[in-house]
Design a protein. Structure first.
Length: 127
């Protein structure tokens, strides 16, 4: 199933993803709405922190996709992998046009399914 893939290296990167996702969940847990991101210095700091973590997630996903010759992530169709990788590019190259409503939506609706799916991939790799 995973011929030619360094499963240990991929598992390490997936574990980094889990840790990053958990940090996003922790940071986001006190954000009541998208307006919070611009309502205070604390909100701006959270937006910056979450943005950097999302950038790191996109970067890791790109590395995983490359190291697996695009054969691993596509097996898990519930996640918009391309969207997460593209978000990395938006944050890195167009940060000042980052949409706090979109970040709020991602954190509210996409982080938990991504977390579950990454755990599923780790379990599959270790079996």
């Amino acid at each position: 199933m995973f011929e030619g893939i360094d499963k240990e290296a991929i598992a390490d990167m997936l574990q980094q993803l889990i840790e990053t996702l958990e940090r996003i969940q922790w940071s986001f847990s006190t954000v009541p709405d998208a307006d919070f991101f611009y309502a205070s210095a604390e909100g701006l700091e959270k937006l910056d922190a979450i943005g950097m973590k999302l950038l790191a997630i996109g970067e890791l996903l790109k590395k995983i996709d490359k190291k697996t010759n695009k054969s691993l992530l596509i097996r898990y169709t519930a996640i918009d992998w391309t969207g997460f990788m593209g978000l990395r590019d938006v944050i890195a190259h167009d940060y000042y046009n980052l949409n706090p409503v979109k970040i709020f939506d991602i954190c509210s609706n996409e982080i938990e399914p991504l977390h579950k799916t990454v755990n599923e991939i780790i379990d599959t790799l270790s079996s």
